[in-house]
Structure formats: structure tokens, C-alpha cells
Design a protein around this ligand. Structure first.
Ligand SMILES: *[C@@H]1O[C@H](CO)[C@@H](O)[C@H](O)[C@H]1NC(C)=O
Ligand SMILES: *[C@@H]1O[C@H](CO)[C@@H](O)[C@H](O)[C@H]1NC(C)=O
Length: 249
């Protein structure tokens, strides 16, 4: 039920300066026409709408390096399909209720969503209220991808842009910028010098986007890119299954 998050090995590329003479980075980047993750897991393209067996997830993660301290981690989808530069905002419905989730992590096969709102969909009460927690094996919910701007309220940056880890998300972001320049992510991303999605390492500073088109893939940050200095004050909270207790990630 709680599938382990799949980590994309983009951090392996820290320190890589791609040849400036090539038109695009020569490092293999996420290919939207043939979605395949660098860990060897192939993601299929997600249908625009459908139904899934929906299960709960209680530990925030993002395989594409989205930062949990600057997004609403109670609204994430952990699904096996390929993560889109554009169609990541999903409205899931069950029993007359609906909730928005951002599909920015991959599971090995399950269709998990944040426990807080999984419980809301099933019972009408968020898990953190603790009064109506239902430990079920899941339920069949319908979903549809919606305008990504509808998920803007789940993003807590002052610009409203999606916050990514400059060190570990660069393959995903570069792919969006180079291969899908009109996509929402390509036009609405920020790179932060925070190393992990749980925001425990790094520096809380915005970085300058490298010139992807010229073949560069290293952001310029105030401190060393990819620094793993302890970071305090950028907390990520998990709502734990099945207690509904809050715990810092
Ligand atoms: C991904 O696809 C390739 C080529 O079709 C295949 O060889 C490989 O086994 C697949 N990997 C997984 C994890 O399914
Ligand atoms: C949840 O929090 C309550 C109140 O702090 C505590 O008594 C309980 O033991 C916690 N449950 C779990 C499973 O940690």
C-alpha cells in the first residue's frame, strides 16, 4: 500500500558541465516521447481521465525534486505513470467529493495520494482531524487532469511558481524547458539550493537558471550548488497513517 518512492538519479549529474558546443545537453534527459526514468523504470503516459484504486501515502517525497517546504504536501499523488511537464494537476473524485493532487512523484505501481486527503475523499473528514480515520484497503476513485493553474493554490512560493531542488531536479526541468517550452512547468519553475524534497539539507536561497539551450545544466546559487549543510526552519509535515498524527519529515 505504501510504495517506496522512486528516486531519480539526477543528483549524479551535479558538477556536470555539458559541452557548450552542443545544441542541447548530451546527458540523457527525460524523453517525453518515450518516458523512461533514469532508474530504469518506464512510465506509461497517463490518460487524461479514468479510474484508479486509490490508496493512502503518508511520507512526502518527489522523484522530480519538488520541495515539500514550499508546497502543500497534503495534496500529492504518488502514481506510476510518467510525470508530465504540463498535466500534473489532477482532480480526484469519490462519493460526491473532490480534491486536487499534484502528480510529482512516482510509485512502483500503486495509485497513492496524501493520506490527509485520501481520508477526506473516503469519509468527508481530513485525517488530521482524527475523528473519522478509516483504515481501508482503498477504493475506486475517478480522476481527470485539470488546468495546472488550478493547483497554484497548493504552491507556497511568493511567485506562485513550482519550487524545485536545483541540485536534483535539473534533468526534469531541462527536459520541460527544451522539449516542451510551452508547458506549465517550463514557464513556471524556480530552482532552490535545497538538496532534498523534505528540506532538511541545503540553503534557503533561489538560484539562477542555467542556460539550458547553450548546453549548461548547473544552476548558480549563493552557496555551493548541492550543498548538504543542515537546513532549519523549512519544515515538511507528514500526517501519519493510521494515527493522523503530525510528524516532521
Ligand atoms: C523498460 O523498457 C525497456 C525497453 O522496452 C525494457 O528493456 C526494460 O526492461 C523496461 N524496464 C522496466 C523496469 O520495465
Ligand atoms: C498520536 O499522538 C497522540 C497525542 O500526542 C499520542 O498519545 C499517540 O500515542 C500518538 N499515536 C501514535 C501512533 O504515535
Amino acid at each position: 500500500m505504501f510504495s517506496k518512492p522512486i528516486l531519480v538519479g539526477a543528483s549524479a549529474l551535479i558538477g556536470t558541465l555539458v559541452s557548450a558546443v552542443s545544441a542541447a545537453p548530451t546527458e540523457a534527459i527525460f524523453d517525453v516521447t518515450n518516458p523512461k526514468f533514469s532508474n530504469g523504470l518506464n512510465g506509461t503516459r497517463m490518460a487524461a481521465s479514468g479510474s484508479v484504486w486509490l490508496t493512502p501515502h503518508d511520507h512526502f517525497s518527489s522523484s522530480v525534486g519538488v520541495l515539500g517546504c514550499k508546497t502543500d504536501t497534503n495534496h500529492f499523488a504518488y502514481w506510476p505513470e510518467a510525470i508530465s511537464c504540463n498535466d500534473f494537476c489532477i482532480e480526484v473524485s469519490y462519493d460526491g467529493r473532490s480534491a486536487l493532487f499534484m502528480h510529482l512523484d512516482n510509485s512502483a505501481g500503486a495509485h497513492d495520494v496524501s493520506f490527509e486527503n485520501w481520508n477526506y475523499l473516503e469519509t468527508g473528514y481530513p485525517a488530521s482531524e482524527k475523528t473519522h480515520i478509516k483504515e481501508s484497503a482503498g477504493f475506486t476513485a475517478t480522476y481527470k487532469t485539470v488546468d495546472p493553474n488550478r493547483c497554484r493554490g497548493l504552491i507556497k512560493t511568493s511567485s506562485g511558481k513550482m519550487p524545485f531542488s536545483a541540485a536534483t531536479s535539473i534533468n526534469f526541468v531541462a527536459n520541460c524547458v527544451l522539449n516542451q517550452p510551452n508547458s506549465w512547468v517550463a514557464q513556471n519553475f524556480e530552482l532552490w539550493n535545497i538538496y532534498d524534497s523534505q528540506c532538511n539539507l541545503g540553503h534557503n536561497e533561489l538560484c539562477e537558471t542555467p542556460d539550458f539551450k547553450a548546453g549548461f545544466n548547473q544552476a548558480k546559487c549563493g552557496h555551493t550548488l548541492g550543498s548538504q549543510d543542515p537546513l532549519v526552519g523549512q519544515d515538511v509535515w507528514n500526517i501519519l497513517y493510521p494515527s493522523g498524527n503530525r510528524s516532521e519529515a
